[in-house]
Design a protein around this ligand. Structure first.
Ligand SMILES: Cc1cc2nc3c(=O)[nH]c(=O)nc-3n(C[C@H](O)[C@H](O)[C@H](O)COP(=O)(O)O)c2cc1C
Length: 181
């Protein structure tokens, strides 16, 4: 199963347009999680306490673990998110907070080394930026998380940048990225 994590907030999102073009080219079916509609909750003191107790008991039956289970079971993960404030929208961090569950996506060996439990062989990150794209706090972070903690060995970045700068033809830049997929 290919899991599409769609964090594209705008209706006319260019990031989502590239993602949909990728799926069309690959001809693969996908399951989409559209984050703006998901009513994701942060880990408040109450939720964190509940979650910790359940993890300690090894009881992952609660609905709060459904995103983590779905993520761990995916064969390929595609994340699309615009470049916001040098990173990605807070919604995506909220999603990560919800899926990062010890015992489902990751575990620790006896000496404290993280060991990924995810089935996916690749995580593809798609983003678009108004100006130049700096990957440090978005793709860079996700790459580290995927490869070192979640057990996803391969990560790939697909980006279109300079889309909001005068003199740059945004449609042509996006079309070129789609053409090269
Ligand atoms: C809240 C917000 C923050 C943004 N921050 C940045 C930024 O830090 N650097 C940048 O180059 N562009 C920034 N942009 C511009 C977007 O990255 C750019 O318009 C992008 O293509 C939007 O993707 P979309 O078409 O999928 O919505 C920002 C836009 C918004 C709405």
């Amino acid at each position: 199963m290919t899991l599409y994590i769609n964090c594209c907030v705008r209706e006319t999102s260019r990031t989502d347009k590239i993602a949909k073009a990728l799926f069309k080219k690959r001809g693969s079916a996908y399951t989409e999680v559209y984050l703006p509609s998901e009513n994701l909750q942060p880990l408040t003191a109450e939720r964190l306490k509940k979650r910790t107790e359940l993890i300690e008991k090894g009881d992952y039956s609660d609905e709060m673990f459904r995103y983590a289970k779905q993520f761990a079971a995916a064969d390929t993960v595609v994340i699309a998110a615009p470049y916001w404030d040098l990173s990605f929208p807070a919604l995506l961090k909220l999603y990560i907070e919800n899926i990062y569950v010890t015992g489902i996506v990751s575990e620790y060996t006896a000496d404290g080394t993280p060991q990924g439990l995810c089935r996916a062989t690749e995580l593809i990150y798609i983003t678009t930026a108004g100006g130049p794209y700096v990957p440090d706090f978005s793709f860079g972070y996700l790459k580290e998380l995927a490869e070192k903690y979640l057990g996803i060995p391969k990560t790939r970045l697909i980006k279109a940048e300079m889309l909001d700068v005068d003199g740059f033809d945004a449609d042509a830049i996006v079309a070129k990225v789609i053409d090269e997929l």
